[in-house]
Design a protein around this ligand. Sequence first.
Ligand code: OAD
Length: 244
Amino acid sequence: MQSLDFSAYRNIVVLTGAGVSAASGIQPFRGQGGLWKDINPFVVADVSVLETNPLSIWQLFGKLRTQLETAQPNAAHLTLAKLEAQLSASQKFTLITQNIDGLHQRAGSLNVIELHGNVNYTRCSNHTCSLTSYLDKYSHQELLPICQLCNSPLRLDIVLFGEQIPVKQEWLVKQSLRDCDLFIAIGTSGTVWPAANFVRSAHYVGARTIFINLEPMKPQNPYFQEEYLGLAEELLPLLFNYEY
Ligand code: OAD
């Protein structure tokens, strides 16, 4: 397998999904062993559940906090962090992730856009409350946590189905895609919007577009020019020419 020559690109954008964290023991959503295999995310992870059964959202995602106490970034995370560190000052690198586990930052990645939030953070469910999002080690599996400022339920600082991507993240993504010349999507089923559509913008501005995943995208996305199938933690070090 020929490794990629990153020196030829000025604005590299990488999009990652749950497959990148699979080797760290974090369960993906789709594909083999996916969280959504036996449950419907549009029912259990919809924003409306914050009204009807907010504790169930903590029970669904909050346990990830416990897993993350021992989970470690794997070779895929580390390779992406190393790539960013080794680029020249004139090259821009943006890592857009749909993952909520914070493992990219723990691996050393700096310019990370968390599209779906971060499960390690808690915020108030009341939009008018002044409580700022904070790092919270508790997984709140038994008792619904309540905001001390306004008495509303606290919630995970993640994006649920039916919710908008935070405007800052959306803006940063658009900015990075506008003049991107290399776009690589890794470990994502490509089924969730808006991320599923980013490759289209990248292709529109003339970027080289690459898809790296365990299995082919279904249905195939015509905006990807190249596809590498395999485990991200194995393929990335080979393609990026790094050894661990
Ligand atoms: P998915 O779980 O939908 O897709 C993960 C993809 O990674 C699948 O195609 C797997 O085959 C592949 N995969 C699994 N292990 C892999 C490995 N070791 N190396 C490479 N690929 C591997 O995850 P996302 O596309 O990230 O949203 O899902 C998008 C969003 O759907 C998530 O952010 C989440 C979910 O519902 C919210 O919670 C809002």
